[in-house]
Design a protein around this ligand. Structure first.
Ligand code: MG
Length: 251
């Protein structure tokens, strides 16, 4: 028995060595890909937009935005390089439409909601709606309990963040979102769902999660056909949440 094992081991060792010897004869150039040279991009310093990004909010005006669903000017307040929700002014959305993208956005929930004793979903609530439909939640999630699939950086009512890197209300926080738009067939049925990856204050909280349809408040989400590109919408949830340094790269 011992001899059989020994002989088998020797044979296997010999086979492995000859495969290795054959591999060593393969020209390494055969697996070098010279097909597509990646474009050169100058990275931004301190989260500033890289050279190929489109700046959606430059800290000065809302020229790239409208009141959602209209062609009217966006009625939020711009001051000191930030834009702040004006409660009841309504959501705002980009004039330009986007599909697959990388979005950088910084936000701040107001201290005044904490001071006023606002709780749960009523404390520093806003949201970033990709394609106007798929919400990455914005909420004060520092010492503010709510349902976990509704906290900051959740895909609202669909995906709980992996961890909670939120800092206190009144401090700036960042999201870097990598979004894959859903695809639809010619008959308008769903071909492939949307996916999102979210990095919250430098920490990954959503790792290529599958979005089940528009993020709805009531009931279960389900897809219905929409165009390949749509605006990015910021939510007015009656809390004075601020945003700054918003830029996007189409993928
Ligand atoms: Mg919200």
């Amino acid at each position: 028995m011992k001899n059989i094992i020994k002989t088998t081991a020797i044979i296997l060792c010999f086979i492995a060595q000859s495969i290795q010897a054959q591999d060593n004869k393969i020209d390494p150039k055969k697996t070098e890909d010279w097909g597509r040279k990646p474009a050169e991009v100058i990275p931004g310093k301190n989260n500033a937009a890289p050279s190929d990004a489109l700046v959606l909010f430059n800290g000065k005006n809302l020229d790239n935005w409208v009141k959602a669903g209209t062609t009217e000017p966006a009625g939020w307040k711009v001051k000191g390089k930030t834009v702040t929700v004006v409660p009841k002014a309504g959501a705002i959305e980009t004039k330009q439409h986007f599909g697959d993208c990388q979005l950088h956005i910084e936000w701040r929930s107001p201290k005044q909601d904490v001071k006023a004793g606002k709780k749960g979903q009523g404390n520093g609530n806003s949201g970033i709606f990709l394609m106007g439909r798929y919400e990455v939640q914005v909420l004060n999630s520092y010492n503010n309990e709510t349902y976990y699939n509704g906290m900051a950086s959740s895909i609202y009512k669909q995906h709980i963040p992996l961890v909670n890197p939120a800092v206190a209300a009144g401090k700036w926080q960042s999201y870097d979102i990598i979004f894959t738009a859903p695809r639809f067939n010619a008959d308008k049925s769903l071909k492939s769902p949307a996916y999102a990856t979210v990095i919250f204050n430098g920490v990954i909280v959503q790792n290529h999660v599958e979005i089940q349809g528009p993020t709805v408040y009531r009931g279960k989400p389900s897809y219905s056909f929409h165009e390949a590109k749509a605006p990015i919408k910021l939510q007015d949830h009656s809390n004075e949440v601020s945003y700054r340094n918003i830029w996007i790269r189409e993928l």
